[in-house]
Design a protein around this ligand. Sequence first.
Ligand code: GLN
Length: 676
Amino acid sequence: MVFSAASFSPYPSPSPLIQPSHYCGLPTSIVACSSLCLSLLASITVSLTSRLKYRFWAKRRIAQQIKMKYILVTGGVVSGLGKGVTASSVGLLLKACGLRVTSIKIDPYLNTDAGTMSPFEHGEVFVLDDGGEVDLDLGNYERFLDIKLTRDNNITTGKIYQFVINKERKGDYLGKTVQVVPHITDAIQEWIERVAIIPVDGNEGPADVCVIELGGTIGDIESMPFIEALGQFSYRVGPGNFCLIHVSLVPVLNVVGEQKTKPTQHSVRGLRGLGLTPNILACRSALPLEDNVKEKLTQFCHVPASNILTLYDVPNIWHVPLLLRDQKGHEAILKALNLQGVAKEPMLDEWTARAKISDALSDPVRIAMVGKYTGLSDSYLSVLKALLHASVTCRRKLVVDWVPASDLEDATAKEEPDVHKNAWNLLKCADGVLVPGGFGDRGVEGKILAAKYARENNIPYLGICLGMQIAVIEFSRHVMNLRDANSTEFDPNTKNPCVIFMPEVSTTHMGGTMRLGSRRTYFQVKNCKSAKLYGNVKFVDERHRHRYEVNPDMVMQLERSGLAFVGKDEGGGRMEILELLSHPFYVGVQFHPEFKSRPGKPSALFLGALLEYFLGLIAASSGQLDAFLKADGQINLLPPEISISNSSSLAISYQNGHAKRLSNGHYNENGNGVHI
Ligand code: GLN
């Protein structure tokens, strides 16, 4: 099967950073013309270099006969077993063995991407650097593996059919009847091979291993073409290059307390019936599998006992890679992939330390998350993870109090006084308030009340995307006395539109038409908290997903009244970061810093990488911000409990009340700004 690079580009469209801004003071036609030429030139250069690089590596692989190794992760019995976490953990374990890892998520639904799907039904829409709106599992991969994926790393049925149908319309099938087999199945295999070799870890050339997660459960109608394609694929890449890990469930019946293998047996039988043979079974169960249970599974599923791993319940997901390692999962995988001589023993010291620290935390930091709907925590998954990363850095136990925004509103006080009281109690007990991104007007008034409360009571506030717009509306109404100030998203007829629809956004098409992906924000004020949090850099690239923006015509008025826009886009007309300079921590960001937060940040910080807003919020909420932002913007990166050993692993000693000591300035310091 030959894939032609000319038939479709494996690269995301050129950086959105080089697209023209609509705000320059020059006549629009000149700006449009010159920036169009520039952007054309830049896009041709980017696309050419990308293509050349791609061809170079593709040729090198063929010449050296370097074979990509593939790991397929499937799920059986029931959904929600944690295939995503398992796949990410497998990737991490292999990375810890010294291999370079990439990943692909297959979602067998018909949507082209996750962008149009409700986060309350499907979990959060994760946004990539290239603007891809993808399944939240890609967020897990990025966080666990510290990689940057592309939109093509998320395959959907919609994308595959769109590709095949476009080809058919162009006449590329030369009169053939276009069918699921071979055309759809071929397209799936080509897509996997093409995407697997895109470098995602910042190094040149393709990764060694590609972890592919197949969404859904074996037996779903939607996944049939993918199963067929993957069966053909495993045969084509050959034994030693393909390893199938089947995640299954071993329930325990309360009556007899026995671990039951039958659901797994059926699920494996189903898998075999579809032409796929599992190399490894990863069984979810409350406790480790008993030996006789493993024997039974070996007998009925034809998988050696050494390849049967138990994913038993653990206190936090950071333990999953450790579970796999402790059961020698990496050895089973490396054997199946003929990589035994190549890989080293897994180095997971830092990861282990972090998982243990997280378990041992007891000093709480309470964050009130004021959202539109708070029933499904997956809707705000990356925000929660980012808060967790920051809490671990600050040695605080994260307690998230979900406050449904509409419960704070006056209308609720009349209809359900207890609900209203409860919501306000939660808000008032919080150390910090976070208003995450969102769409639509439900709960907006409640969010405005929360922002007002935080502003007036000096409570740390972080507003993300919609949360920033909420802060602008609140400020306009209650500080500038513009009583009907609103976003045109919620009141198209407001006389004081402080947040407006962006000129370049489509009014007719919803999918992929927002201002999406990585864009650059330039700091405007040197000594603001945001610049300090980012280590006093000149600009920062963060991911966006919005249709509305702060009204440029009202910026001067807002700034005169005391709202500082400390970060703006490259044209200077689009507000990216706001701060109330007199407040301990009152920050709004038009972008989503949660998408780039990583669990490894504390040690990355040591190497001079960036701090971020969640750390700012948590540090402010736990009285540590001043210690983190030392004089002249020097950031003290790690609290004193952490010492960095020569292997860059974390050695921890737990002390009570360190946070208070930190904020009082009692800490030891060595010369490089890191406390030991
Ligand atoms: N609804 C707002 C907008 O489109 C905010 C979006 C968001 O929070 N992601 O601009």
